[in-house]
Ligand binder design. Structure first.
Ligand code: DMJ
Length: 658
């Protein structure tokens, strides 16, 4: 075959190139350099032409072309109506008038492609006439359309689910006028915290009450997710602050958006946002909270894409890329973080009928069950790539705490059906009692920190929650040691009260020692702060519910007064840097957990017990109440309602099979 060619570089007309074998003299086995160059040019011109034709065609015709090409070759047509010979359903091409029809068809297509091509060129020319700004505006409009479509898709109502027994959503008004007055004072403090956040930090994650502006930390990523609004909702509801609750709901409905390029803490977002939204949903029945919780949970799921299924500590809500904190032992995930997802995730599966959430947390549990534990203790660090423990540090405070709490609460939340969780809790607590719990010389029971076989005689404010946990787990404990665990809870409550009482401000330090002559007192300057934490008050409340010993209300009232005196400023409430100083300085942060937990536990401490009874509600680690799930009933309802042979039948059962 001869191809007349134009050499673009020289513009000279070349003699025809015969690329057949005879074109080459016999004595030459290879091409000359100039010949190779010409060949290369022809080839590249051809390729450019093909590519150009492909890319300049408008999308629709591109696809049609592809469809036609591939469909004709790969997919046999079934078309008996047009007279093709049908052999067992396959049309044989190229026979009789079919050939003619095909030629016509091809011609028609060629014309169409040409027309499309011209139209695309026209459109491109039109586009180029527009200014940059106009083009950008058009792109933005298109983008907005897509976002709106996605939002519509995301906001689809979830399948109806029978709600669990929602008992005890009432005012909890105490009969005693003195207690009522105290409770009103706590409600007033909540209003002060909320109103100032409303005025100066609205939509931001937290408030700087002295600078009177928004505040955030890296746990919430870099976007304004209104953490205080979500965290405070159920407290507002319980306190009967309905206007404020509605304001929060409206903000969430209109502004809470999770499609943001922001890297957040999986644990914090779960306990504060998903927990807060679920509690608000159960208390108020407003669908928007459930829908937002499910949307957000979907954004956290990519964090579980690790070699072991142990989630990363952080995930980017937009890209789904996860990673761990730089400071955590050799790239480890943290026990208290990946071990504090269970309650919320079980509720998500319950509400959606989708087992994905349940499966994620059960996978974590199964993995932990299989692992060896040094001295029966769970180390705080676990590598999500290798599935091996990091440093052998164990704590019932920071990095470990709520993992133990969620084992117990998984059992309680399942209406005591999840005996596997109860067993894990009992085993863990036995090891903790053996290795970490000691009595000081002065007779104070404390929980120390285990570091590579050595007990550090130091207890954190965070660890003080354990008093309440021991009391909550007393009923149903192994060998019927209920009395023992209630007593242990009381001892921890006493120790933590001492840590408050031994300060100038009557507020507890972040960590306190039991070494030498020092008992329940912070030694290091950087452990003397109080950041409005709830754990000590949380324990007072549980102890009050289980014993009705008036000292717990007394201690709770001492804390209320101290907070109001030393942490209240005109712009809200602030943490203080040194609880031993008579002229404390402020840290200028109103933490979202102050509204979610500290004020809620105080309010409940001065309410009657029929407000959110513990037989029917389990509080997540951020004090968001979630109802006990009667999973058997849910299974029976689903069994009755679902159509036979429904594809999701097994899936739903699996989700509820605890
Ligand atoms: C809260 O966010 C939760 O209670 C969490 O489990 C640990 N501590 C903070 C408040 O201190």
């Amino acid at each position: 075959m001869t191809t007349p060619a134009l050499l673009p570089l020289s513009g000279r007309r070349l003699p025809p190139l015969n690329l057949g074998a005879s074109a080459f003299p016999h004595h030459r086995a290879t091409l000359r350099l100039s010949e190779k160059f010409i060949l290369l040019l022809i080839l590249s011109a051809f390729i450019t032409l093909c590519f150009g034709a492909f890319f300049f065609l408008p999308d629709s015709s591109k696809h049609k072309r592809f469809d036609l090409g591939l469909e004709d070759v790969l997919i046999p047509h079934v078309d008996t109506s047009k007279g093709g010979k049908n052999l067992g359903g396959f049309l044989i091409h190229g026979q009789g008038h079919d050939e003619h029809r095909h030629r016509e068809e091809e011609e028609r297509l060629r014309n169409k492609i040409r027309a499309d091509h011209e139209k695309a060129l026209e459109e491109a020319k039109e586009k180029l006439k527009k200014s940059r700004d106009e083009i950008q505006a058009e792109i933005q409009t298109e983008k907005n359309k897509v976002v709106q479509e996605l939002k519509k898709k995301d906001s689809k109502p979830l399948p109806p689910v029978p709600l669990p027994n929602l008992i005890g959503i009432n005012s909890g008004e105490p009969a005693d006028p003195d207690i009522r007055e105290k409770r009103n004072k706590i409600k007033e403090m909540m209003k002060h915290a909320w109103d100032n956040y409303r005025q100066y930090g609205w939509g931001h994650n937290e408030l700087k009450p002295i600078a009177r502006k928004g505040h955030s930390t890296n746990i919430f990523g870099n976007s304004q997710m209104g953490a205080t609004i979500v965290d405070a909702l159920d407290t507002l509801y319980i306190m009967g602050l309905h206007d404020e609750f509605r304001e929060g709901q409206e903000w969430i409905d209109k502004n809470l958006d999770f499609s943001v390029n922001s890297e957040v803490s999986v644990f914090e977002v779960n306990i504060r946002f998903i927990g807060g939204l679920l509690a608000a949903y159960y208390l108020s029945g407003q669908e928007v909270f459930k829908i937002k919780a499910v949307q957000l949970a979907g954004k956290l799921l990519p964090a579980f894409n690790t070699p072991t299924g142990i989630p990363w500590a952080m995930v980017n809500l937009k890209s789904g890329v996860g990673r761990n904190w730089g400071w955590a032992s050799a790239g480890s995930s943290i026990l208290a973080e990946f071990g504090t997802l269970h309650m919320e995730f079980v509720h998500l599966s319950y509400l959606t009928g989708d087992p994905v959430y349940y499966n994620k947390v059960m996978h974590i549990r199964k993995l932990l069950q299989k692992m060896d534990r040094p001295n029966g203790l769970y180390p705080n660090y676990l590598n999500p790539r290798t599935g091996r423990w990091g440093q052998h540090h164990t704590s019932v405070g920071g990095l470990g705490d709520s993992f133990y709490e969620y084992l117990l609460k998984a059992w309680l939340m399942s209406d005591k059906m999840d005996t596997e969780a109860r067993k894990m809790y009992d085993d863990a607590i036995e090891a903790i009692e053996k290795h970490l719990i000691r009595k000081s010389n002065g007779g104070l029971t404390f929980i120390g920190e285990w570091k590579n076989g050595h007990l550090e005689r130091k207890m954190g404010h965070l660890t003080c929650f354990a008093g309440g946990m021991f009391a909550l787990g007393a009923d149903g404990s192994r060998d019927d040691k209920a009395g023992h665990y209630l007593q242990l809870g009381a001892e921890i409550a006493h120790t933590c009260h001492e840590s408050y009482d031994r300060t100038t401000l009557k507020l507890g330090p972040e960590a306190f020692k039991f070494d030498g002559g020092v008992e329940a007192v912070a030694v290091r300057q950087n452990e003397k702060y109080y950041i409005l934490r709830p754990e000590v008050i949380e324990t007072y409340w549980y102890m009050w519910r289980f014993t009705h010993d008036p000292k717990y209300r007394q201690w709770g009232w001492e804390a209320t007064q101290a907070i109001d005196k030393y942490c209240r400023v005109s712009g809200g409430f602030s943490g203080v840097k040194d609880v031993y100083s008579s002229s404390p300085t402020y840290d200028d942060v109103q933490q979202s957990f102050f509204l979610a937990e500290t004020l809620k536990y105080l309010y409940l401490l001065f309410s009657s017990d029929d407000l959110l009874p513990l037989d029917n509600w389990v509080f997540n680690t951020e004090a968001h109440p979630l109802p006990v799930l009667h999973l058997q009933e849910r299974r029976q309802t689903l069994d009755k309602t679902r159509p036979l042979n429904q594809a999701s039948t097994g899936v739903r059962n699996e989700a509820l099979h605890i």
